[in-house]
Design a protein around this ligand. Sequence first.
Ligand code: ADP
Ligand code: MG
Length: 914
Amino acid sequence: MNQSVANQKQTAFPEAAWHTQSVEMTMDLLGTSSLGLADTEVLNRQKTYGPNRLTPPKRRGALIRFLLQFHNMLIYVLLVSATITGIMGHLVDTGVILGVVVINAIIGYLQEGKAESALNAIRNMLSEHATVIRNGEREIILSESLVPGDVVVIASGDKVPADVRIIESRNLRVDESALTGESVPVEKSTAPVATEASLGDRTCLAFSGSLVSYGFATCVVVATGDRSEIGRIGNMLANVEQLSTPLLNQVADFGRKLTYAILAFSVFTFVIGSVWRGYAMKDMFMMAVALAVAAIPEGLPALMTITLALGVQRMARQNAIVRRLPSVETLGSVTVICSDKTGTLTKNEMTVQMAVTADKVFSVSGVGYAPEGGFRLNEENVSHHNHPELMEISRAALLCNDARLHQKDERWVLDGDPTEGALLSMALKAGIDPIAEHGALPRSDVIPFESEYRFMATLHHDHHGAGIIYVKGAPERLLDMCSMQNSTNGEQPLDRPYWEQRIQEAAGAGQRTLAIAAGKIDSSRHQLQFSDVEQNLTLLALFGIIDPPREEAIAAVQKCHAAGINVKMITGDHAETARVIGERLGIGNGKPALIGSQLEQMDDRELSEVVRNVDVFARASPEHKLRLVQALQANGDITAMTGDGVNDAPALKRADVGLAMGLKGTEAAKEASEIVLADDNFATIASAVEEGRTIYDNLKKSILFILPTNGGESLIVIAAIIFDLILPITSVQILWINMATSVTLGIALGFETSEGDVMQRPPRASDDPLLSAFLGWRILFVSILMMLGALGLFLWELDRGSSVESARTIAVSVVIVAEIFYLFSCRHLYRSSLSIEGIFGNRFVLGAIGTLIVMQLLFTYAPFMQNLFGSTALNAGQWLEVVGVGALIFLATEAEKAMQRWRLGRKPQLRQTP
Ligand code: ADP
Ligand code: MG
């Protein structure tokens, strides 16, 4: 079909009516078949329909975003004062003020752009995939490249990648809340519905963006991108995330209130000064402007945003992809991490080590998925020729299995579930021929594995039509389904105690246990039901599978413990396996695990009590996870929880920080979570917590750095007003200081890496105010130091007979130099910065300082700067004074830190809230 035909079909057939068409008609109209489209056709259609992607909501244009930078109280104040100084004839001042306003806008614009693109890049790391059938073969592609007519397969946990017409389905249920707001999943099937059916009733269609909550289906794509239902209602708008968190809002709010207070105070000063004390209006006006400019922390919100964005970027580099920004703050106060075991705490590289039949215990050699190794019985190598049961259990393991192994550059690569990979590899070690076996017993149906019921069943028919069922799953589960067992002497009744003993042995060695059974079924039956596998099966074998702990997870668990964070492990595995593996990881001290069925018998109160002391939860299913989160939260714990399946979504949503697996996680789990772990690794959680705490520290450091500058400057102006001095620093000079420092020093702290002890402190209390008494005190302390230094040297210079220009230049230099020193001090909240690391540890700090020194030299010596700012050259002696005062201020701030350390050292509980 060429382009024009495609267009014709589209116009000839209104999209709204797909739900009224039969499956055959739909396929016909879309020019496709159950084998899917051919590659050339896909390319054609991609040209016609474009990528299957929603057009992102229009960003505000560059000009608007630039102009918005002027929408800020301080800028209004500055614009008014520029006008008035202009009217008063101070044209240079007017020019400087306007210049600063524009430069500030440019800087703000660039910073905002940088922060936004950093976050966008992170969001793009979460691209979505779809399973499609093209040229008759299944492949996994980016959802973006789907076209109408593509045949896709969707299964529980997937996000429906486009609007699709269902052509074949099995218990398909879809959660369409994103589209219709209806939270109960809708049952879907293939039958067409009436023309007037509303969106929610079009049960033969599934819509882009909804989540498959149960079952699976094969479908054909009918509409992509903006032509899909979700594209039409423009729902994307709702998903645009603000570049903000509660904390940042709090700071912005604080900044706004402060601004109003300062404006009121400036006006008040102006009125009192000019009306009551009788100063010249003009002088008082300049004073009031200087005060407003000095005190308003205009750079703070932007700085906080940048700090946050830089931190989130660092987290992404360490494989923790933040989906919801506020979680960055929550991470710092997490007190409990509940983690899945398999694949997160363990390597998920499984190997069958033991195969047990009714009368033999084989050990299996080899590591990894490579089918290299063999079977041993009583320390001797054995072959399947002498032990026919090996062939039988291998056949079952091969057929009741969806994994594939293939060789890639000498290595064996697994496609599918690791547990099944291990079984497949074992079957190959027994010398079984997969192609022959699959040919002899083709599969007619399957009940896929779900962690809820912990087994998988397949139905096969041989060439005479006889049906056979294979079931594999958790041994306790299978023992209940079996009445017989297979032995060398043929079938005999199940010897339950024998098997229980073997299970206990394997689990005690930390092995994952799995049993396999076979059953018969009437040859007419081609669909499997739960009732077919619930009884009368014959147990074939029990397998012990090792899954070694990840080395880095052991270290990460220790790190979390040191950081006052409890680690709990949740697994579907056997209680004993869980206990042993937990102990190896440092979780649970080898105490017995709590199993899912015990948990079910407890009420909420009991459970809340129990979770205080139990760290390992076994044979747990997703709904147990939800109850666990609730129980922990009832105890006041801030809980992080991992998950991957569609059924984990409620627990992930409920947790304070939901962590979804990036590799094996379903779309449903990702949607429900705050953070996605790109590598599924527990160690990543620990580093995310560390980074979360660091970001919080850095936000605090930024505040601690910025506010004393404003504080010091305004104290200088206030002192001048009170003591009737000429202004030690003019308003344009104040503008200079603020601008020069905010583009250089301010940003450097956002690049600060974790302080050595972030993971040795207990979690931050979640109701801890950011602007704590400690912060307030230090801001005041440093403000006073800056004021004393600058004002003192200013007066001394005047006293020695220097010109006002030179005394002012010195005052400005003192503030700048003091800030340079203070920046070093701010690198550590408590720890001394008087060390090699303290001085040289952050190259961004050094770079920023270098730039600022160059700028300040220009300010002092360049003639045009002297004209603009009324500055003048300084001599070596004067520089010495300036640097000396700066150094004194530095020593005083370090002394204050030493005192804080001493105080905290005496009261360790205070360390909790720096
Ligand atoms: P977890 O992911 O916490 O290890 P699972 O829910 O995956 O727990 O597995 C629980 C139990 O279910 C395993 O101990 C094993 O006996 C069984 N099992 C795991 N995977 C499969 C599978 N693909 N097919 C059949 N049974 C399985
Ligand atoms: Mg699993």
